[in-house]
Design a protein around this ligand. Structure first.
Ligand code: PEP
Ligand code: MN
Length: 341
């Protein structure tokens, strides 16, 4: 980290400030005195230093980080891809994983019938919301624990691992049979929840927040990892932009950026990114071509009557046709990558 001091800062002020930094953060200071300004190089573990707290000193002109503030999620310290095993299915190992299912679990027949069809089409992991974060408190809030029970039943019947969203750390005890715990976009910066999930050993699907940067997403992953749980899967699910045609804007560039900066597996959610069924296919194909390790897609057997997100859900038939194309793209990408070596 580099701290540039304002011109006119005296040697005594520089020394006093350097002393504070040494004591507060246990760092070494390399001082370089130039004609216009003095530059301090902070050497050591600077990840705990809050840039704003340094800017609060009147003699500070600017502060620049030369190292990313995330360590555990950083590829520099972990060059190999992290591979997360979910019930025998690997996320991050080079095989495309399809996660599919309804936005919300609604009934036994609904979840079992969707699980059967998406499994036949090649999805290895079943999704379904039990605790639903809805914009309106009057909208369907999910079947809650009842939904978890139905999902667990589908898991046993179809032998499919399940992923479902958690909204409160108080609910962790209900998630024992869940294979991947999802942190939704709205909770990406619920740091107390992230810390508690860090104390579990469950894989966590961490969705990027509606208006969060790539670095903020990696810092949220860092919260989970620094508390002991390194099984984090990053999920790009679209962000808010000026565009109103789609529900959100899929940031496809986040996929290769996440893969470059981090070793964690990356999954893309084209359903929440677009909100439009006919966009699911092109966005999914683009995500796989961009290097995504998996996709999480909302599939409903009767979209017009879905209790949540029916308007963006695709049917099992549409999912089947999409899955065939996705595996072809995934094979083509593997071939391209192999021919590069
Ligand atoms: C969901 O997966 O159903 C969901 C609510 O997703 P997000 O948090 O990305 O909006
Ligand atoms: Mn949804």
């Amino acid at each position: 980290m580099i701290v540039i001091l304002k011109s006119g800062t005296t040697a005594e002020q520089t020394e006093q400030f350097s002393d504070i930094l040494r004591k507060r953060y246990c760092v070494d200071i390399h001082t370089s005195v130039g004609a216009q300004s003095t530059v301090l190089g902070l050497v050591g573990d600077t990840k705990a230093i809050d840039v704003d707290s340094l800017n609060a000193f009147p003699i500070v002109e600017a502060v620049r980080r030369v190292q990313e503030p995330y360590k555990k999620a950083n590829r520099k310290f972990h060059p190999d891809d992290t591979v997360i095993d979910v019930g025998g299915h690997k996320l991050g190992g080079g095989e495309l994983q399809l996660i599919a299912g309804p936005c919300s679990v609604e009934s036994e027949e609904q979840i079992i019938s969707i699980a059967e069809s998406v499994k036949k089409s090649g999805a290895n992991i079943l999704r379904g919301g039990a605790f639903k974060p809805r914009t309106s408190p009057y909208a369907f809030q999910g079947l809650r624990q009842g939904g978890l029970e139905l999902l667990t039943e589908a898991k046993a019947k179809l032998e499919m691992p399940i992923v479902t969203e958690i909204m409160s750390a108080d609910h962790i005890e209900f998630f024992n049979d869940v294979d991947i715990i999802q942190v939704g976009a709205r909770n990406m910066q619920n740091f107390e929840l992230l810390k508690e999930l860090g104390k579990t050993d469950k894989p966590i699907l961490l969705k990027r927040g509606l208006a969060n940067t790539i670095e903020e997403t990696l810092m949220s992953a860092e919260y989970i990892m620094s508390n002991g749980n390194e099984n984090v899967i990053l999920c790009e699910r679209g962000i808010r932009t000026y565009e109103t045609f789609t529900r959100n804007t899929l940031d496809v560039s986040a996929v290769p950026i996440f893969k470059k900066l981090s070793h964690l597996p990356v999954v893309v959610d084209p359903s929440h990114a677009s909100g439009i069924p006919w966009l699911i296919e092109p966005l999914s194909l683009a995500a796989v071509a961009a290097g995504a390790d998996g996709l999480i897609i909302e599939v409903h057997n009767d979209p017009p009557h879905a209790l949540c997100d029916g308007a963006q859900s695709i049917t099992p038939e549409q999912f089947n046709s999409l899955a065939n194309k996705l595996f072809l793209i995934s094979d083509a990408i593997k071939e391209v990558n192999n021919s590069k070596n």
